[in-house]
Ligand binder design. Structure first.
Ligand code: HEM
Length: 261
């Protein structure tokens, strides 16, 4: 009965409002923080290809249990991806609550934003747009990793170059770095982390740090992307050369057979 009253009136019998929205906000922040920090680790991990192919393969092997198992077990990576994917879905579900759901809401937001000219409000819209892109591209990437958990420089490079996935990763990179950077900044502002005496000054400082981090991870990501394309190109040309040699040997064999006949 109490639920029905709250459902109609938006208030409980005791006159108080539900705490659920605040709890959901907290979960959204916690999952966002996890994903933001995870992405920093992830970007450094994929960037090990810049050191060498072996460096990436060794670290990827460690995720498959090479340090404590006699044989690598890619299912461990699938399990990690599954956990990250669940957190990603929870975060996306909770984020959806904040998007404008009809033209009127969108109109109100746009009018407020254009009159206020408040950079944090404009940033929020970028976060909404990039979040929308991540629904699709982030999910696609995680499903690929879930079902193809073996990570090597050759496989990843092949995906980028031969499967022509570099444009996909380029868009994903910009979407995730902008979304994550803005998200972590908003978390600091929302929960008052690193707050000094002067709030305006703190925001300015946080905003500078945010842009510095975003530019750093974008630059690292772009160089990493190029390195994967280069590795993919190397293996593709090696393989096509090997295929050419094989075909030529086959032709010679066939012709030799003809001569023998
Ligand atoms: C445990 C989960 C994850 C694993 C194991 C993983 C693994 C990888 C690997 C191996 C690559 C290299 C390209 C490839 O092989 O396809 C890559 C690239 C990338 N991943 Fe993930 N990923 C995970 C989660 C995520 C998430 C949640 C996001 C963001 C939504 C993301 C965004 C990216 C981006 C933007 C790149 C391109 C990086 C660059 O080229 O600089 N990944 N990931």
């Amino acid at each position: 009965m109490s639920n029905i009253i709250e459902g109609y009136l938006g208030k409980r019998v005791d006159g108080k409002k539900s705490r659920l929205p605040a709890r959901l906000d907290f979960i959204q922040s916690a999952t966002g923080l996890f994903l933001g920090l995870f992405m920093w680790g992830h970007m450094f991990f994929v960037a090990t290809v810049l050191i060498s192919e072996d460096a990436l393969n060794t670290i990827a092997g460690a995720f498959e249990g090479s340090l404590f198992l006699s044989e690598k077990q890619p299912l461990i990576v699938s399990f990690i991806v599954f956990v990250v994917f669940c957190i990603f879905v929870v975060h996306a579900c909770l984020g959806m609550r904040k998007l404008p759901i009809n033209f009127r809401q969108y109109q109100i937001y746009k009018t407020h934003a254009s009159y206020m000219k408040h950079s944090d409000t404009s940033l929020w819209f970028w976060q909404a747009k990039t979040g929308f892109i991540l629904f699709f591209l982030g999910s696609a990437h995680l499903i690929i990793m879930l079902t193809n958990p073996t990570i090597t420089a050759e496989i990843s490079g092949g995906r980028m170059y031969s499967h022509f996935m570099w444009p996909f990763y380029l868009i994903l990179l910009f979407a995730v770095e902008l979304h994550g950077g803005i998200g972590l900044y908003r978390l600091c502002v929302k929960w008052g982390w690193f707050e000094g005496k002067d709030t305006k000054e703190t925001r300015k400082r946080l905003s500078k740090v945010k842009w510095a981090l975003t530019i750093f991870f974008l630059a690292l990501g772009l160089v990493t992307l190029l390195a994967y394309v280069k590795v993919g190109y190397k293996y593709a040309t090696q393989n096509s050369h090997a295929q050419h040699v094989e075909n030529t040997i086959e032709k010679i064999d066939i012709n030799a057979g003809k001569v023998r006949i």
